[in-house]
Design a binder for this molecule. Sequence first.
Ligand code: URA
Length: 289
Amino acid sequence: MTPPARRDGTPDREKDDTFYISYARPAKKQNVTPHPLEDNWWDAPEEGVRLQKVLAKAGVASRRHAEIMISQGRVEVNDTIVTTQGTRVNPSVDIIRVDGVRINVNEEHEYFAFNKPRGVQSTMKDEMDRTSVGSYVAEKTASGQRLFHVGRLDADTEGLLLLTNDGELANRLMHPRYNIKKTYLATVLGEAKPTLIKQLREGIELDDGPAKADYVQIVDTHNGQSIIRVELHEGRKHIVRRMLKAAGYPVQRLVRTKVHTVQLGEMKPGSLRALNSAELTSLYKAVEM
Ligand code: URA
């Protein structure tokens, strides 16, 4: 039966009491206001946080100044410059840059520098219950943050280990493609001769192929021992110890003092500190994030 039609051809339901099925598809999102504590609240249309608020919260500028930066075309969201005030973003997924520099706006992400003491395993949980990095950051992991260690240090090596729950950054920092430089201070047996510098810079033969340092400095030689600074971007196991041993200077103590621009500084063994925004920005940049 053809229902009575209006002038435009659509059925006139007021003049017809037949029950019609609507073929209109139900809206994917019904008009329910999501609760901010629900996991999917960001999925809802019109949700998100105003860009200027996100920038202010990340410490970039006051809200007012952030608005000015937006108008000046200095702010990018996911590679697109945004100049519209009030644009809403999702800080958990959107990538925000100011003047081309990535800003950490994801409050769920945590980034730490840890001074690993000697004798501590570079794992978050040791199968044999030995003291591990996880033992030091247990409180953090217990409170729901899963931190990863970025690379490893031998149990006998001390010093800087980066920890984060940002898997993408961690993976990239460990990837050989980005050539992330690490600096070590090695105390070795023997008074180092200046030829050591050339030897390590030009490459030294190891069981699994040659290894080169990017920079070598003899910091001190004293009483049959030397302190050597070695900078390299290699990630092979025991690389510094093996290089120095191959050159005739067995390592007695090894400390990692720097990863890219992040410095160990005066951190006490076993202590943890949050990375600052300059450090984080430079890490993002180094791995093209
Ligand atoms: N090289 C080493 O020999 N050991 C480390 O832990 C890191 C680099």
